[in-house]
Ligand binder design. Structure first.
Ligand code: CA
Length: 229
């Protein structure tokens, strides 16, 4: 299982670039999945939601731009971080990409170091739960580097799933998430687990947090949120 690692989907039809990019991502500690057409990418996204997509501009079946538009129009995927890979260095193409909702673009050829830096910047901006800084809410502190949770300065025992759930909610405070969204965002693979499982983990999380358990609010008929109010 690679559920803990940040998964990056590469949509690219040039094998040499796929190889270079996959290698670079692996070296940076990420998990890479590669597909070589927009159709395969869309199929993949129905089964598994990555944390970021590297999207080639020119694909054999349709343009990367069209796939990007489809992602941005999809309720589940619309917030997905997307970096366009483009051989085009024309200014108007870059502008078109950004207007279609790309978070960034990289012009080929690019160095592994540039790629890694751009991905980190986009993840920091769009997915704070993948940033490696300590987060706090009330008496709860979560340290993503040591994967530990402190309650009033004391380390507490917490299950792996509860840890991931807490980390996600702490990264997005005061926002309500449906069970389905939590499955996608926290477990990343929305076919394996039933939505009811989320309730079980929320119960366990509240128990682990003791008095601070009421930070995790149930929003009736919608889902859950972390709130200090
Ligand atoms: Ca291409």
């Amino acid at each position: 299982m690679t559920a803990d690692k940040t998964t990056i989907l590469i949509v690219e039809d040039e094998p040499a670039i796929v190889e270079l990019v996959s290698f670079t991502l692996k070296e940076a500690g990420w998990h890479a999945i590669a597909v070589n057409s927009a159709t395969d990418a869309w199929d993949m996204l129905q089964r598994r939601v990555p944390q970021l997509i590297l999207l080639d501009w020119m694909l054999p079946d349709q343009t990367g731009l069209r796939l990007l538009a489809r992602i941005r129009a999809d309720r589940q995927l619309q917030a997905m971080p997307v970096i366009m890979l483009t051989a085009k260095s024309m200014e108007e193409d870059k502008i078109a990409g950004l207007e279609h909702g790309a978070d960034d673009y990289i012009t080929k050829p690019f160095s592994p170091r540039e790629l890694t830096a751009r991905i980190k910047a986009v993840l920091r901006r769009k997915s704070p739960e993948h940033a490696q800084k300590t987060m706090s809410a009330g008496p709860v502190n979560l340290d993503p580097v040591s994967c530990s949770v402190m309650l009033d300065g004391q380390k507490i025992e917490i299950g792996h799933a509860e840890y991931k759930l807490l980390k996600f909610l702490m990264a997005h405070p005061e926002r309500v998430f449906s069970r389905g969204q939590l499955l996608d965002k926290v477990w990343g693979d929305h076919v394996v687990i039933e939505e009811r499982t989320v309730d079980v983990h929320v119960l366990r999380l509240r128990k682990a947090l003791k008095d601070a358990g009421d930070l995790i609010k149930t929003v009736r008929s919608v889902g859950y949120m972390l709130s200090e109010k």
